[in-house]
Design a protein around this ligand. Structure first.
Ligand code: UGA
Length: 437
């Protein structure tokens, strides 16, 4: 451990909390700040507000070691920390642009309470040139002549793997234009020094947007090809494997299905396209990526309608509601749009997810058309089709012969291509997938 001062993390959500715990595990003293008082008091009781593997253990471990503390008092954190990582939300506005009001509030508070040199490190995903804008914003509100620097240190953590990603980063991008700030960040990230990639501010911000947009592009590409596989009796699973064996393409992010969701990929891609428009650069490629992704919902719903025609069935079991496995996050989850479409078409739904039930109950009203169940087997009971919308491991190992006995008609629609088609068909269930016909 090389950096001796307490590190401040502002915003302790999906990005901030793993960062607090990761730094603590490296041996640093860390203070997490959030304006949500309830979130802070739960964290102090060892109860995180998000589900993420290893978080509960690390939280309780470092509440005991005393390396972490939490507060809702941003002013106190500003005064006591030299380095402040900004991890607040940057939600999408109606027009697709990023809403920077939380970042602005934090910047102004830092400026008004500055009492010594500060290094403000922007970690939330923000449009290109935001760090320069933060700098100007702080200069405008600066209470005195204290020095400060701005850095951009975009986050590449994936939900569901955040702690593993923290300890095994592919790269740590640092946009910084001052020697002092660079030296401090090199000290903090010393355990990962081989992974550091230092650039200027705008380049670091661009890397983040370009990365997430490229990942979305890969997914929409493979989904487009999977539709052609459906139409031509080719197998997308093998096509993806075959193309991914070329090291120039690589095997990851080529899983076809119902499309990408979550808080980052959809929002960041749209924000990047907006930035392209702003600078009159043709980003229509990214707009197509978004449209292909939106169409995944209609394609899945058409598969349900086609599959059920023969059975005249109206009850559908749904396994998986979170936008991906190992998280309870349902923001921009494809499941939400699919649920709304199926309800509009008059189906009765039986929903199940291992972690996201509490979140889903807050956005889908419980009524005679929606039944919240407590196991995958209960969701399957009396249903005319069982949809898999998230590839939780738990679903792959289900006893499908038992499920078949309780279903009204044995139809599986695997929106994530996570089951073994031969196995399911051998048990006498009808199997539909996304491009594995
Ligand atoms: C994404 C990026 O992968 C992270 O590197 C980045 O730090 C993060 O956004 C962020 O900006 O904060 P995340 O939103 O956690 O991470 O989710 P991903 O693992 O990227 O998955 C996104 C969606 O794509 C999920 O709905 C997933 O099911 C879907 N997906 C992923 C596919 O449909 N096919 C694939 O092959 C891979």
């Amino acid at each position: 451990m090389s950096y001796k001062n307490t590190i401040g993390i502002i915003g302790v959500g999906h990005v901030g909390l793993p960062t607090v715990l990761g730094f603590a595990e490296l041996g640093y003293n860390v203070i997490g700040v959030d304006e949500d008082k309830e979130k802070i008091s739960n964290l102090l009781d060892g109860k995180p507000s998000i589900f993420e593997p290893k978080i509960v253990e690390l939280l309780n471990k470092h509440l005991s070691t005393g390396l972490i503390s939490f507060t809702d008092n941003l002013v106190k954190a500003v005064k006591s920390c030299e380095v402040l990582f900004v991890c607040v939300g940057t939600p999408q506005k109606e027009n697709g642009e990023a809403d920077l009001s939380q970042v602005e509030r934090v910047a102004i508070l830092i400026a008004q309470n500055i009492n010594a040199y500060k290094l403000i490190v922007e970690k939330s995903t923000v449009p290109i040139k935001t760090s320069q804008w933060i700098k100007k914003c702080i200069e405008m509100h600066l209470a005195n002549n204290e020095e400060f620097d701005i850095a951009s240190n975009p986050e590449f953590l994936q939900e569901g793997k955040a702690m593993d990603n923290f300890f095994n980063p592919d790269r740590i991008v640092i946009g910084i234009e001052s020697k002092k700030g660079e030296r401090i960040l090199r000290e903090i990230y010393k355990p990962f020094k081989e992974k550091l990639f230092v650039t200027n501010l705008n380049t670091a911000e661009m890397i983040k947007h370009a990365s997430n947009s490229f990942l979305a592009l890969k997914i929409s590409f493979i989904n487009m090809v999977s539709d052609l596989c459906d139409a031509t009796d080719a197998d997308i699973h093998k096509v993806a494997k075959g193309i991914g064996m070329d090291p120039r393409i690589g095997p990851s992010f080529l899983d076809a299905g119902i499309g990408y969701g979550g808080y980052c990929l959809p929002k960041d891609l749209r924000a990047f396209a907006k930035i392209g428009d702003q600078y009159q650069v043709d980003f229509s490629l990214l707009k197509q990526v978004d449209q292909i992704n939106e169409r995944r919902i209609d394609i899945l719903v058409s598969k349900v309608i086609n599959a059920l025609l023969k059975f005249d069935g109206k009850t559908i079991g749904i396994l998986g509601l979170s936008f991906k496995p190992n998280t309870d996050d349902i923001r921009e989850a494809p499941s939400l749009k699919i649920i709304h479409q199926l309800l509009e078409k008059g189906y009765l739904l039986r929903l199940y997810d291992p972690q996201a039930m509490d979140n889903i109950k807050q956005v889908i009203p419980s009524n005679s058309k929606v039944i919240f169940t407590s196991s995958p087997y209960e969701a399957a009971e009396q249903s005319n089709a069982l949809l898999i919308l998230t590839n939780w491991d738990e679903f792959i190992t289900l006893d499908f012969s038992k499920i078949k006995l309780t279903m009204s008609s044995p139809v599986i629609i695997d929106g994530r291509n996570c089951l073994n088609p031969e196995e399911i068909k051998r048990l006498g269930l009808k199997y539909y997938s996304m491009g594995r016909s």
